[in-house]
Ligand binder design. Structure first.
Ligand code: THU
Length: 134
């Protein structure tokens, strides 16, 4: 991937974080998830008065993409105030579709804090191949 492509994804992740609905945590997060054909799905975190019902930015982007028929992904950029790392639930949901996903974590200035793979974030992950197939 060329740097301009990555810069665009970073911009998209930062921009969608502005849409975050975060009245409880005041911690906006944005994600830009790219499919194998170059389509990008963005997502923000959406919280709820019943706290556990809220959803993270990464899973918002993922369920948007899968709902539109996309299941192959090559990179996700996640933007938050200090370039924080995806939660375990998001790692697991992404692993189902893209264990080799490139994960780039940036802050709201666009600075890259980590550029690594989902397998690194979720070693020995449990995926579809972990289940017996009759
Ligand atoms: N959150 C995300 O959206 N993604 C992450 O990678 C970490 C956490 C959200 C969940 C909640 O709305 C807020 O950030 C504080 O945990």
């Amino acid at each position: 991937m060329t740097d301009p492509d990555l810069s665009t994804l970073i911009e998209q992740a930062i921009n969608v974080a502005q849409k975050a609905y975060v009245p409880y945590s005041h911690f906006p997060v944005g994600a830009a998830l790219r499919t194998n054909d170059g389509t990008v799905f963005s997502g923000c975190n959406v919280e709820n008065a019943a706290y556990p019902s809220g959803i993270c930015a990464e899973r918002t982007a993922l369920v948007k993409a899968v709902s539109e028929g996309y299941r192959l992904f090559d990179i996700i950029v996640v933007a938050s105030v200090a370039g924080g790392s995806p939660c375990g639930q998001c790692r697991q949901m992404l692993y189902e579709f893209a264990p080799d996903l490139r994960v780039v974590l940036v802050d709201f200035d666009g600075a890259i804090h980590h550029d690594l793979t989902l397998r690194t974030l979720l070693p020995l992950g449990f995926g579809p191949e972990s289940l017996p197939h009759p």
